[in-house]
Design a protein. Structure first.
Length: 347
């Protein structure tokens, strides 16, 4: 057994631990080395991914057809060579409104969809940085037959649409004041080629059937129908007092509520038609409906006149506008068929 010498400092136990300490230090150094190497590699991948993401972002931005979003659009208009200014639409209090050729509420969902398909579209490629007059003529851009302008923060951006390509799945376009010519998908041009009817709100009567208070229907040569709704109870007052069939009444009310205007007559639709109500059977209506709900005091009125044999519908007018409209034949046929089916069955 070896003992500690105060002179030499010899300690057999200390000596026996030195190889272990050396091994541990070497292992720690290797671990530290690989940890640093791993961090450097990870950092390299991170910065590489960042650069790739930045390049992809730059590429994505360069492919966008428009430099703004749908939310940024305050106003837009569509002009064609044949019609001139077709329609102008602006945003008021978060809602889209037509302001030319008629002041009317827009179809919110339809307008948002159309704008998204146009504003978020991408360029297929840049065909020419600057094209001569002959090339513009060939591409339908010398005198474009369709234009669309956007007002964003007071600045106007106008896109000119040319003709379709040989395969008809692409079209040509350029911006006013910019000589570059782009190839775009033909769907973008198709989305811009819209008129008043596509953009206008086509709701017939915007009432809430569930919140109905009173329904009145007068039909030429048929009994009057009156229904009242009070705290979940549906009462048929005419013809003859009885409990009303909630299911059948609501089915009919939702048919009226969900119905869309098929056609607008008059200047707003580009037609010069007479507004004499007698000409459309509206002075002696076939059907007159009055609806009162909890949303407003003024009733919703629908007056239905003669049959429009050209469009397979019926001429009508509501108290929300003086404009004569055409509604679907199926709706009128249903209203004329209402008899005992709104009465609760006693069986």
């Amino acid at each position: 057994m070896r003992h500690h010498s105060p002179v030499t400092g010899d300690d057999s136990r200390l000596c026996s631990h030195r190889p272990y300490q050396v091994t541990w230090l070497n292992s720690a150094r290797k671990t530290l080395f690989w940890l640093v190497a791993l961090l450097l590699v990870a950092g390299g991948f991170y910065f590489f991914d960042q650069r790739v993401a930045e390049k992809e972002q730059v590429l994505e931005e360069s492919l966008k057809l428009f430099p703004f979003t749908v939310e940024a659009v305050d106003e837009f208009s569509i002009t064609s060579e044949q019609d001139g200014l077709r329609v102008a639409v602006n945003r008021r209090d978060g809602q889209w409104w037509l302001k030319t050729p008629v002041v009317a509420q827009g179809d919110q969902a339809r307008i948002e969809s159309i704008l998204s398909n146009i504003v978020l579209a991408r360029k297929d490629r840049t065909l020419f940085d600057q094209a001569d007059a002959a090339k513009l003529q060939e591409l339908g851009l010398e005198n474009p037959d369709l234009e669309m302008s956007f007002l964003v923060s007071g600045e106007e951006t106008r896109i000119l649409f040319g003709s379709a390509g040989p395969t008809h799945n692409v079209s040509y376009a350029m911006f006013s004041g910019d000589p570059r010519v782009y190839r775009i998908h033909s769907d973008v041009r198709a989305e811009a080629d819209k008129g008043v009817y596509e953009l206008r709100d086509k709701s017939l009567l915007a009432f809430d059937p569930v919140k109905l208070k009173r329904f009145e229907m007068d039909r030429r040569g048929q009994p009057r129908v009156v229904v009242e709704h009070d705290e979940g109870r549906w009462h048929l007052l005419e013809p003859g007092r009885a409990q009303a069939s909630q299911e059948n009444v609501l089915e009919g009310l939702f048919m009226i509520k969900d119905a869309e205007i098929e056609h607008f007559l008059g200047i707003a639709s580009g037609e010069q038609e007479s507004f004499d109500r007698k000409s459309y059977g509206l002075s002696s209506p076939r059907v007159r409906i009055s609806i009162v709900d909890e949303q407003r005091k003024e009733p919703y009125i629908l007056i239905i006149g003669d049959k429009d044999r050209v469009r397979r519908g019926y001429f009508a007018v509501t108290n929300s506008s003086e404009e004569i409209i055409v509604i679907a034949e199926d709706l009128v046929n249903y209203l004329l068929s209402v008899k005992d089916n709104w009465r609760e069955s006693q069986a």
